[in-house]
Design a protein around this ligand. Structure first.
Ligand SMILES: Nc1ccn([C@@H]2O[C@H](COP(=O)(O)OP(=O)(O)OP(=O)(O)O)[C@@H](O)[C@H]2O)c(=O)n1
Ligand SMILES: C[C@](O)(CO)[C@H](O)COP(=O)(O)O
Length: 247
């Protein structure tokens, strides 16, 4: 239990150890540039922009932590402290390594994909506020624009039979940062075995049976996954630079 006599401390863990296979050949995805600046730098700035975040833990490619540290040292992130640790083979493993680096006095943890470099600070703050108000796990999410079908997977090239159509109004596409009460997130990572199908941290918490709530996400918090996402991210960034003085 946090000591009630001291202020709540919030840290962000940024898994950035992925290769970015779906983006195509090149440097690890987090180090590819957006408007001339590495995506990871945008993502760290997005977390540090929140006045509540006092520590950012970056999880670097397994053999790239010193290079990532040197790269981040070339930039300024305001008053947030920065740690860099090496990541693992999977996103879950990388997040776990970031959690292991957190000091004892951190109470609230955000987990934010380096691949979502343009999340607005209002979304970050809304997630933090919901956790600080008592929700153990909070995810930003948006309604879906497409209809979704469940299918019976078949080898590539074969048509897949449709087995159902979930009611779209009940579905949400979830983003990051996802926010957690630190104890809940640690318990989820300690309890849920890798490969049990959770593709996000909130999914691990759900498996504990703990409540997870949704707050409104933002269209600009999209994940840079495929080449077209980079085109969109460049356009959003150019508009921000032209209109908001964003760096
Ligand atoms: N072993 C891994 C795999 C992923 N990630 C991070 O998890 C986030 C979300 O993952 P995704 O967008 O799927 O990135 P990649 O795994 O790099 O993408 P791909 O599957 O196309 O290789 C990214 O910030 C990525 O760097 C990580 O830290 N460690
Ligand atoms: C965590 C996440 O960004 C939430 O939408 C997503 O699940 C990451 O998925 P990926 O498998 O790493 O692309």
């Amino acid at each position: 239990m946090p000591d009630p006599s001291r202020p709540i401390r919030t840290a962000a863990v940024i898994p950035a150890a992925g290769r970015g296979v779906r983006l195509g050949p090149g440097a690890p995805k987090a180090l590819r540039t957006l408007g001339g600046t590495p995506m990871l730098v945008h993502a760290v700035r997005a977390m540090a922009a929140s006045r509540a975040v006092s520590l950012v833990v970056v999880v670097a490619p397994p053999d790239g932590a010193p290079e990532v540290r040197a790269l981040l040292d070339e930039h300024s992130f305001g008053r947030a402290e920065l740690l860099v640790v090496p990541g693992g083979e999977t996103r879950q493993e990388s997040v776990r390594r970031g959690l292991d680096a957190l000091p004892d006095d951190v109470d609230v943890v955000l987990v934010h994909d380096a691949a979502r470099p343009l999340v607005p600070v209002d979304t970050v703050d809304a997630v933090i506020a919901a956790v600080r108000s008592g929700a153990p796990a909070v995810v930003p999410a948006l309604p879906l624009a497409d209809t979704v079908k469940r299918v019976e997977p078949r080898p590539k090239g074969e048509a897949e039979p449709v087995t159902g159509t979930p009611e779209r109004a009940l579905l949400r596409a979830v983003q990051t940062p996802q926010g957690f009460d630190r104890e809940t997130l640690l318990k989820a990572h300690d309890t849920v075995v890798e490969g049990e199908g959770a593709t996000d941290d909130a999914g691990l918490v759900e498996r504990l049976g703990a409540p997870v709530v949704v707050v409104p996400g933002h269209e600009e918090a999209f994940k840079v996954t495929r080449p077209l996402d980079l085109v969109l991210a460049e356009a959003v960034l150019a508009r921000r630079r032209a209109t908001d003085g964003y760096v």
